[in-house]
Design a protein around this ligand. Structure first.
Ligand SMILES: *Cc1c(COP(=O)(O)O)cnc(C)c1O
Length: 370
């Protein structure tokens, strides 16, 4: 067993611990015969709204759709500018492009990997209509100064909470501080379905109403379409599964924090490694435990870890402004580019054991020595 390859994420312990409950939930959906937007979708929406302390939760087909529908529900239109980070998953910027808006990138803070507030402030133009901060790896972006900017300029704040379900900013749940929050329940996220699913949350009635309309082909009443929308309804099975998992999410986040603290202690004496920070305003939920390896050695270290049976991931190897789709803009963001060359996400999941973490760190130490 101790020779088994270590994955970056192991969902098996969670699935086996909830096996009977998951099966019961599956069977209930099978018996109901309502596979899309069945009763369990409404139940899960109410549960998330209560958990987060937010007025509306709208179940959708993916986190990407939550961003797209969120932007449109907030009134963002073709030609508008949306300020966001180039150090994220592509979907964050793609959502703005999909609706014909322009994603405007600014560089990140080197400690938190999240939006650099001063650069956001200087990127605001008369065409700016929204800011999308990403709570990357489960660590909150610094929301108070961003909210001050959006209030001052009368623009919208849409939180990309795909990686940070249950994370907090100054004691408040992420996703509930801006005008809306976009969640993903992709299987590997901290609260993951067993297929695609997502959710938009908001305290604003009109935004919720608009999102409910957009997810169902632009209609609130079937066959009375008022606008061009999407097919972005949530599957009943995914909602039923997520309802089984939601009551455990706090325990899982606490376990991720404990595992992260163990890695921090194990890596503390290695000057070549920068361990993740947790800002005073944040409750980090470690969707990823991401270190930095400086001096141009990251890729070699990753190969050596791989050869030693330790899987790791690079989130993300190419900053968004360098992707072919946006490269023609010829942008340069040194902090994001350095991060893309130095980050390495180590294996983490709620049930990861000290023994597995010791094997990861032992392999990392010998890779660093070579
Ligand atoms: C996963 C992710 C998304 C997209 O979510 P999907 O459910 O896969 O569509 C968006 N933004 C970030 C930061 C993500 O990590």
């Amino acid at each position: 067993m101790s020779d088994a390859r270590i994955p970056v994420l192991d969902l098996a312990p969670e699935i086996s611990s909830l096996w009977d409950e998951l099966n019961a939930a599956f069977q209930e959906v099978l018996r109901s015969g309502h596979f899309i937007m069945g009763e369990q979708v409404g139940t899960f929406e109410a549960q998330v709204a209560a958990y987060l302390g937010v007025k509306h939760a709208i179940g959708l087909n993916s986190g990407t759709d939550a961003l797209v529908i969120g932007l449109r529900a907030l009134g963002i239109e073709p030609g508008d500018e949306v300020i966001t980070t180039p150090f994220s998953f592509f979907a964050t910027a793609e959502a703005a492009s999909i609706i014909g808006a322009t994603p405007v990138f600014v560089d990140i803070d080197p400690q938190t990997f999240n939006l650099d507030i001063d650069q956001v402030a200087s990127a605001i133009t008369p065409r700016t209509r929204a800011i999308i901060p990403v709570h990357l790896y489960g660590h909150a972006a610094d929301l108070d100064p961003l909210l001050a900017l959006t209030a001052k300029h009368g623009i919208q704040l849409l939180e990309d909470v795909a990686q940070a379900f249950s994370g907090e900013y100054r004691g408040r749940k992420l996703g509930t501080l801006g005008q809306a929050g976009a969640f993903s329940f992709f299987p590997s996220k901290n609260l993951g379905a067993y297929g695609d699913a997502g959710m938009l949350v908001t305290n604003e009635d009109s935004v919720a109403q608009s999102a409910r309309m957009l997810r169902a082909h632009g209609s609130l009443k079937k066959y009375h379409n008022q606008t061009v929308g999407y097919n972005s309804r949530m599957d009943t099975l995914q909602a039923a599964i997520l309802s089984v998992k939601l009551p455990h999410v706090d325990t899982w986040s606490e376990s991720r924090r404990t595992a992260a603290a163990r890695y921090n202690a194990m890596l503390a004496d290695l000057p070549e490694i920068v361990t993740p920070c947790e800002a005073p305003y944040a409750r980090h939920v470690y969707h990823q435990y991401t270190i930095r390896i400086q001096g141009g050695r990251r890729d070699r270290i990753q190969s050596k870890l791989d050869a030693a049976g330790v899987s790791t991931m690079i989130y993300y190897p190419v900053p968004l402004h360098k992707l072919p789709v946006y490269a023609e803009r010829n942008l340069h963001f040194p902090i994001s580019e350095a991060a893309a060359a130095e980050v390495l996400s180590l294996p983490i999941w709620p049930q990861i054991t000290t023994e597995i973490q010791e094997r990861v760190v032992t392999a990392l130490r010998s890779a660093l020595l070579e």
